[in-house]
Design a protein around this ligand. Structure first.
Ligand SMILES: Cc1cc2nc3c(=O)[nH]c(=O)nc-3n(C[C@H](O)[C@H](O)[C@H](O)COP(=O)(O)OP(=O)(O)OC[C@H]3O[C@@H](n4cnc5c(N)ncnc54)[C@H](O)[C@@H]3O)c2cc1C
Length: 427
């Protein structure tokens, strides 16, 4: 059996190792245009801040792939012919397969701001290794940078540029930073923390256009409010899109929506072709869903491999979880808290004198989501409480069990508990 995996990210690599564990004889090949070896995309910022070398971003020893007899090919795939079961590479080579996994990931979304098309230098996303290279190169000749986009990648890029002592303007289209994940109260804590790092953070600012200097380098970003922000570097972090545009040009394109359409067993519309990770789109709760999360991509890669091995698979997204840092503020989120379901009630507590808060959402007597700022929490326990449909009182009472050790700045839970008693007494 010849397994071919396009993409050596977490979905592709997990799939390759899962296939090998189950089939010691199969031929397994992974192709990637980006890197020779699997690396942790989520840790890109630590490379930009010189805290880790590129090699440190690799979760596995390089010898693992040789030991597991997984062949690595560094090339760009330019064509897919599912009738001949072959991929064509930019080098002119062809790779044949019996079963193919498309795990092509995402790319930074490109806006159509007026003037952007004529900028030749100074603009970057922060998604790929090439973006990291570009950002490092641009930062050297930058005094003032503008970063656009109010999500996680945006704030990570901002932090990197602050670390390199750039004057950073951070433009967010929504009224407050990251409304998809943070309610206004949490966002205010995070925003003032970001500002304390010297960042000029603006909400409700939408880009109207950009201008370059005579040499083609970015010079200014204009917003719809009429403001102008001079810069020598522009970071675009307005989201990511499945890296599937090239698949529209191939001999046998799979059916696509925003991503590659897959069944709950990760099958695409093409025979012997599966897709997983950031590029896969499936139906969940009657809605088209593309998960662009590390742990989801890992799980999808494993399950897609099992499906390719012939096992019955029915994927449903796990309880949502994310953890991150906004400069020094820890953030842990689990369940449905970004968009609380209808009829939910929310308990919110800002810890006095700390850049920390707890938000717990309950619906029909069961906690459905938690958003915690300023301390490190065990998301696995949060997920268990959600799965076990524990009530708000239970969760408040047991919260201490989910707090990690003092190294990550434990919060004192006594004031939260006493506020909860008062709050719940109010009905
Ligand atoms: C800066 C940053 C921070 C993040 N932080 C978090 C976080 O805190 N938590 C979280 O859950 N998620 C986070 N994510 C998202 C997470 O990294 C992704 O969900 C995950 O890496 C997706 O893995 P994947 O295997 O699906 O795709 P990818 O890692 O994107 O791998 C796909 C690979 O396929 C290659 N490829 C694509 N097309 C071709 C082609 N035609 N030919 C050859 N090769 C091709 C690409 O070059 C790429 O190497 C972050 C992402 C970024 C960029």
């Amino acid at each position: 059996m010849r397994y071919l995996i396009l993409g050596n990210g977490v979905a592709g690599t997990t799939a390759a190792l899962t296939l090998r564990a189950a089939d010691l004889e199969a031929e397994i090949t992974m192709v990637s245009a980006e890197s020779d070896y699997f690396f942790s995309r989520t840790a890109l910022m630590y490379a930009f801040m010189d805290r880790m070398s590129l090699r440190d971003l690799e979760p596995y020893e390089r010898r693992v792939f040789a030991k597991q007899k997984i062949r690595l090919v560094r090339d760009t795939v330019v064509d897919l012919d599912a009738t001949r079961r072959a991929l064509s590479l930019a080098s002119g080579q062809t790779l044949a397969y019996d079963r193919l996994l498309l795990a092509v990931g995402s790319l930074g979304a490109r806006p159509d701001w007026p003037g952007l098309e004529s900028v030749r230098e100074g603009v970057s996303h922060f998604v790929t290794l090439a973006d990291l290279d570009r950002c490092e190169h641009l930062a050297r000749a930058t005094r003032e940078a503008v970063v656009v986009g109010g999500g996680l990648i945006g704030v990570e890029l901002v932090e990197c540029l602050v670390f390199h002592r750039k004057k950073v303007t951070f433009l967010v289209r929504s009224p407050w930073y990251w409304p998809g994940a943070l309610a206004r109260e949490e966002s205010e804590i995070v925003s003032s923390h970001i500002r304390r790092h010297g960042v000029d953070l603006h909400g409700s600012e939408e880009v109207a256009g950009v201008q370059s200097d005579p040499g083609g380098r970015i010079r200014v970003v204009r917003t719809k409010s009429g403001a102008e922000f001079p810069c020598q570097m522009l970071g675009i972090a307005i989201g990511v899109v499945p890296a599937v545009a090239w698949l529209q040009q191939v001999k046998t394109p799979p059916r696509m929506g925003r991503g590659i359409l897959v069944s709950p067993a990760f099958e695409t519309s093409l025979e012997n072709v599966w897709a997983a990770g950031d590029c896969a789109e499936f139906q969940h709760d009657g809605r088209p869903t593309v998960e662009q999360l590390w742990y989801s991509a890992k799980r999808q890669g494993e399950l897609a491999a099992r499906a390719m091995l012939g096992n019955p698979i029915h994927y449903a997204p796990p309880i949502f979880f994310n953890s991150a840092k906004f400069f020094e503020i820890e953030y842990t989120s689990a369940g449905a808290v970004g968009e609380p379901p209808a009829g939910a009630r929310t308990f919110f507590f800002p810890f006095p004198g700390r850049e920390a808060s707890a938000r717990i959402v309950e619906q029909a007597g069961a906690v459905v989501g938690l958003n915690m700022l300023g301390s490190r929490w065990d998301h696995a326990l949060f997920e268990r409480w959600i799965a076990e449909r524990r009530g708000l009182s239970y969760v408040v009472e047991h919260l201490a069990e989910a707090q990690f050790d003092v190294e990550f700045g434990r919060v004192d839970l006594a004031p939260l508990r006493s506020y909860y008693r008062e709050w719940s007494g109010r009905g």
